[in-house]
Write a protein that binds this ligand. Structure first.
Ligand SMILES: NC(=O)c1ccc[n+]([C@@H]2O[C@H](COP(=O)([O-])OP(=O)(O)OC[C@H]3O[C@@H](n4cnc5c(N)ncnc54)[C@H](O)[C@@H]3O)[C@@H](O)[C@H]2O)c1
Length: 371
């Protein structure tokens, strides 16, 4: 099969959908891989690395879109790419269709088959292609929090791990899911005193089995949250209620109870944030201050570390790319129920209930498309 890797052209997107070792694996399986020149540069992979892995490099994105039967990307195609998409072509990427009717309509009109990373789902409920990005964001949250706690940025000048004779920082993690557990692990590793608050007892029990001794687990309530943030140096916000905006756990007035110069890294900003005072920021301008509390609320945190994010994402996507390439999309989806959940659109019809419901459009069972 011919597989195309166009360069991402969405603003500030430096990840790439395939690394040279992935190109090598596809070539070894007998496929032809076309990579747009410069596609890997933002993640530190040069054209020559792809070429020596067996890929064909082209400077023309149009050639890739015209020739490839399977297009693998990171972000949804942007408007200037829509004209290239054609019936019979398969696209495998993050789409987030429910967020945009225009995007959805363009892909319905294209006639192509769209398999979305974000809805590929294992029988356990886990989202294997979203998880790596949550892992990156969780770990990065602590790195960013530690940085902004430094005096230079207006932070309260506290070293996360303390030193002998001086206590470590107090880190409060709101929500102990994928982001939260990764943040807690990182903060604990740096020697901080960490508390995770979560509403799920089952989750707290699981964390109790795996977290180090300097991580305490507390059932989340308004009262326990207030107790914890009163002495917090760093708060990491990572609650998620599936399909809903994040609950505003930290109210504006609560900021007055926190130590001046404390930092809130609100990773849940992409769902509205779990502090009332959160508003989205960018990597160029990541922080702002409200009532003496620094807020970091970058909505695409993994974009700040594209090399790690690319490797983490492609480690997870490559096995699925190989299945799609080796078997063709229909057989790959018949054989893999997780991948079948990724089917969002095919031949002008919607195969995902969430996308159909978002726009009041007709939904077709994914199995109908496999006949
Ligand atoms: N900013 C970014 O770049 C970025 C990157 C990745 C993920 N995210 C976001 O981070 C958030 C967390 O993602 P995740 O993968 O960890 O989700 P997750 O589902 O794995 O975890 C969410 C946790 O929040 C807990 N929770 C729900 N309500 C709570 C409450 N009131 N108090 C305490 N805990 C509560 C749940 O029990 C669950 O354990 C999501 O909004 C996700 O979109 C942002």
């Amino acid at each position: 099969m011919k597989i195309g890797i166009p360069k991402e052209i969405k603003i500030n997107e430096n990840r790439v959908a395939l690394v040279p070792s992935g190109a090598e694996a596809l070539a070894a399986a007998g496929h032809e891989v076309l990579v747009e020149s410069g596609a890997g540069l933002g993640s530190g992979f040069g054209d020559e690395q792809y070429a020596s892995a067996g890929a064909r490099i082209t400077t023309d994105a149009g050639t890739i879109w015209a020739e490839a039967e399977l297009i693998v990307k990171v972000k949804e195609p942007v408007e200037e790419e829509w004209k290239h998409i054609r019936p019979g072509q398969t696209l495998f990427t993050f789409f987030h269709f429910a967020a945009s009717q225009k995007l959805t309509q363009a892909h319905l009109d294209s006639g192509a088959t769209c398999i979305a990373y974000e809805t590929v789902q294992l029988p356990s409920g886990e989202l294997p292609l979203l998880t790596p990005m949550s892992e990156v964001a969780g770990r990065m949250a602590v790195q960013e929090g530690a940085k902004y706690l430094e005096n230079l940025y207006g932070g309260r000048g506290v070293l996360l791990g303390g030193v002998p004779g001086v206590p470590p920082a107090h880190v409060v993690v709101l929500g102990g899911g994928v982001v939260g557990s990764n943040a807690a692990m990182m903060a604990a590793g740096m020697g901080a005193s960490v508390v995770i608050l979560d509403l799920s007892l089952e989750r707290l029990r699981h964390l109790g089995d795996i977290m180090p001794a300097n991580v305490q687990l507390v059932y989340s309530s308004r009262q326990t949250m207030l107790e914890q943030i009163r002495c917090a140096d760093l708060v990491v916000g990572c609650v998620l209620v599936t399909g809903a905006v994040a609950p505003k756990l930290i109210r504006r007035d609560d900021l007055k109870t926190m130590p001046k110069g404390a930092v809130i890294v609100d990773v849940a900003v992409d769902q509205g944030g779990c502090a009332e005072t959160t508003r989205p920021t960018t990597h160029e301008n990541p922080i702002y201050v409200v009532d003496g509390i620094l807020h970091y609320a970058v909505a695409n945190m993994p974009g700040g570390v594209p090399r790690t994010s690319t490797l983490a994402l492609t480690n997870a996507t490559l096995p699925y790319v190989l299945q799609l390439a080796n078997k063709g999309w229909k057989q790959a989806l018949r054989d893999n129920a997780a991948l079948l959940k990724g089917l969002n659109i095919s031949g002008g019809k919607i195969a995902h209930r969430g996308v159909a419901d978002a726009f009041g459009l007709y939904y077709h069972q994914p199995e109908e498309f496999l006949k």
